[in-house]
Design a protein around this ligand. Structure first.
Ligand SMILES: [Zn+2]
Length: 279
């Protein structure tokens, strides 16, 4: 599933392509998760932000002030991909691509395509910053690179709940953007047991640092491709070559040599080091 580094990679690629373009037409797969796509028609793209794993395309009505009043919200789910086709060589209503869920035609003839094989993705068009219908987004914690993300609130948040620290990281409520890959990496780097229900001040400090480090490294490498992820140019990420824990069960821990262990925490496959990451 695309996590913060993958979504940020796509954002950086799409922004210069889309900025200033007017969305003039749309076709969407007939499903409530995707049919709001047409509500973006008649708007100019005035920016693309990212919040956690969501892309927020800023929209301003054509002829109105250039400040965004609405947002096209896109979540890539498990297998979502976004790209821009140079010109519209498919009729919007009659695409022969079975996994394309939405196509937006731009005023210069290009088309932005959202494809999603497994349909865990989601599209919404909202008034800017009004995310009431999107619970995960509405309740999302601070961005990891924002000064608001601090060790002490992280520690208090983890310790206030009975859930495992990894589950809390995946919930998006304490910090935005982590999924299974970068959570395992950050916990390993911070030497925090993924199933721990309490963390110390020192652990919270290390963890907030390693979260930023692994996400920054992921962005620098263009994201992680294990199976499905492709960026907006169709290229794979490169961070899979730098993974030190995720998916490496049985391989020796880089720090201590103990074979990394695999376990399941709240239904999520988890890799960790029994020696370095003690409860
Ligand atoms: Zn170890």
């Amino acid at each position: 599933m695309p996590e913060l580094p993958e979504v940020e990679t796509i954002r950086r690629q799409l922004e210069p392509e889309l900025l200033g373009s007017v969305i003039v037409d749309c076709a969407a797969f007939d499903h409530p998760k995707f049919t709001p796509a047409h509500l973006a028609v008649g708007h100019r793209v005035v920016g693309i932000r990212r919040r956690g794993k969501y892309l927020l395309v800023g929209l301003a009505a054509v002829g109105a002030a250039p400040d965004p009043t609405h947002e096209l919200v896109i979540h890539l789910g498990m297998t979502g991909r976004l790209w821009i086709e140079p010109d519209d060589h498919h009729a919007l209503e009659a695409t022969d691509q079975p996994y394309q869920r939405a196509r937006w035609r731009l005023d210069d003839g290009r088309t932005m395509v959202f494809s999603d094989v497994r349909r865990f993705g989601r599209i919404a068009v909202t008034v800017r910053n009004d995310h009431r219908g999107l619970n995960t987004l509405a309740q999302m914690g601070p961005e990891p690179f924002d000064p608001a993300f601090q060790p002490e609130p992280l520690r208090r948040g983890v310790n206030a709940s009975r859930q495992a620290v990894k589950t809390q990281l995946l919930s998006q409520r304490l910090v935005a953007g982590l999924g299974n890959i970068y959570a395992d990496e950050a916990l390993w780097a911070a030497r925090v047991h993924p199933g721990a229900r309490r963390i110390t001040r020192a652990q919270a400090e290390r963890l907030s640092e390693t979260i930023r480090e692994v996400l920054a490294a992921g962005i620098a490498a263009g994201g992680t491709t294990l199976r499905d992820y492709r960026d907006a140019s169709g290229a794979t990420g490169r961070f899979q070559m730098q993974l030190r824990c995720y998916g490496l069960a049985g391989h020796p821990c880089e720090r201590c040599g103990t074979p990394l262990a695999r376990t399941v925490i709240d239904a999520r496959s988890t890799t960790f080091c029994r020696t370095c990451q003690r409860r």
